[in-house]
Design a protein around this ligand. Sequence first.
Ligand code: PLP
Length: 235
Amino acid sequence: MTALSANLQAVRARIESACHRAGRDPAEVRLLAVSKTFPADAVVEAAGEGQRAFGENYVQEGCGKVEQLAALGLEWHFIGPLQSNKSRLVATHFDWVHSVDRLKIAQRLSEQRAPQLAPINVCLQVNVSGEASKSGVAPGEVVELARAVSALPQLRLRGLMAIPEPTEDEALLRSRFALLRSSRDRINDVLALGLDTLSMGMSSDLDLAIAEGATIVRVGTAIFGSRTPPPDSNS
Ligand SMILES: *Cc1c(COP(=O)(O)O)cnc(C)c1O
């Protein structure tokens, strides 16, 4: 068995046992394999092990893999910071975008998504860590952003995403994940959008995120190994 195959099995087992402990059905939690900085070959290998959904952070790198691997019919998620001048590439290459944190980007993605393609699935990135983090919409503003984004024709608003600040404090981390869940629940109460997605949890904390309701965990290192810094990360 290859290292990648063993890693994937171990991550799947972690997801299952976290679901068991939380009294959740493992079918509610999807594994997004974060392949940023790893070559297309690694994606092909993971696809051969049954992994279908892949996450990328950098626009050029991600679009290259999407094009190169188009024949495999994989599902591609853009999870990195998104600048306006790169939105067209994302709108034409990806199935999901997890990192929408302002209306202008959402409008551009909707306008640039070809009408013959299905709408892009979108999560709003929420800043659950306050001062400790820069990206994401403030929790107090997420309902209004959700209202505006849900009206855009070529987007399908699915839920919320967060990247809490790195910390060893498990109680703090859980409270960040819980804030994302309560924000999603509030949007559903106020706007009745039926948002079904909480994108939260990475290699080090997916178990805690599942305990707090994650429906997509974004896992890189635990599947592909540790990353060297990208050669040129001007995404
Ligand atoms: C890199 C990255 C991940 C994966 O992180 P690991 O710690 O390697 O699992 C998940 N989400 C986002 C937004 C990332 O940038």
